[in-house]
Design a protein around this ligand. Structure first.
Ligand code: NAP
Length: 293
């Protein structure tokens, strides 16, 4: 349990960074095995425009893929790229046998319809798990690509030995990429799930009932110590920049005094997200090889 760190009377800090590093070592060995069989997992990332945060996320994805031996290509397109040009590139990648995963970095420039882009990706290459086919399959609980951030949270909990089944899990946030799939995956793991959002009345009354509290809002310090049940497991998905520093949605120092486990920001959920993208790409290559026979 090297990824756990504790101080007296404080929550154990779950290091997503260390769990992610251990998983990536496993992926390296798996990709080596696949390459020996002539299967090279391939990931294509498309980035449109100049958003600095998106550029940095894409760099992390490219680096992560290269480190585990995944073949990766990044298409950096100018902000004025038309929707038709982007869709044409996706169609080409859908047909490319060297590519098993396609990811379009969001957000896209305003003149491009994000939904049309997500729908254009072959669901069998949708390693972000955002295509409605994969969203529907996740809901049914059948094999599919699971969205990377919530899937990463589930892996973190499992690898830390935290039991999900039977707990009351409260998810704060209901976006399509984090909150909603997080709730669904927790339900699939047999938690009793409550979802909160900006219209929730008396948020604190609900968060205080949580055995497992997931914060995915994007507001620094929205979860304070008095909102957390003593002994709860708190997962902080939020990433906020305050005075140039990255912080989560939880008042870390306060919440750490009452929770049993907590994830830090940075070094918590973030590193797990890219790790699950690599996982999905490797899985996709394995499925493709199985189909090929
Ligand atoms: P989002 O699309 O902006 O969704 C935020 C959610 O929070 C919405 O559902 C919103 O409710 C809810 N909310 C806003 N104010 C609230 C309040 N006062 N009380 C309760 N709920 C409130 O954001 P997102 O994409 O889900 O991301 C959430 C956070 O996670 C962000 O900080 C983002 O940077 C971070 N993130 C981290 C990773 C990672 O890898 N670590 C990955 C993705 C996202 P409504 O639906 O009612 O508006």
């Amino acid at each position: 349990m090297e990824h756990l760190e504790t101080t007296k009377n404080h929550a154990i800090v779950i290091s997503g960074k260390e769990i992610a590093a251990a998983m990536r070592e496993e992926f390296k060995r798996e990709v080596e095995r696949l390459r020996a069989e002539g299967i090279v997992p391939g990931l294509a990332v498309i980035l449109v425009g100049d958003d600095p945060a998106s550029h940095s996320y894409v760099k992390g994805k490219e680096k992560g893929a290269n480190e585990v031996g995944i073949y990766s290509v990044v298409h950096r397109l100018p902000a004025e790229t038309s929707q038709e040009e982007l869709l044409a590139m996706i169609r080409t990648l859908n047909e490319d046998p060297a590519i098993h995963g396609i990811l379009v970095q969001l957000p896209l420039p305003k003149h491009i319809d994000e939904e049309a882009v997500i729908f254009a990706i072959d669901p069998d290459k949708d390693v972000d798990g955002f295509h409605p086919i994969n969203v529907g399959k996740m809901q049914i609980g059948t094999e599919c690509f699971l969205p990377c951030t919530p899937h990463g949270v589930i892996h973190m909990l499992k690898r830390t030995g935290i039991s999900i089944e039977g707990t009351h899990a409260v998810v704060v946030g209901r976006s399509n990429i984090v909150g909603k799939p997080m709730a669904q995956l927790l339900l699939n793991e047999n938690a009793t799930v409550t979802v909160c959002h900006s219209r929730t009345r008396d948020l604190s009354a609900i968060t205080k009932q949580a055995d497992l509290l997931i914060a995915a809002v994007g507001r620094p310090g929205i979860i304070t110590k008095d909102m957390v049940k003593p002994g709860a497991v708190v997962i902080d998905v939020g990433v906020n920049r305050v005075d140039g520093k990255l912080v989560g949605d939880c008042d870390f120092a306060g919440v750490q005094e009452v929770a049993s486990y907590i994830t830090p920001v940075p070094g918590g959920v973030g590193p797990m997200t890219i790790t699950m993208l690599l996982y999905n790409t490797i899985e996709s290559a394995k499925r493709w090889a199985k189909k090929r026979g």
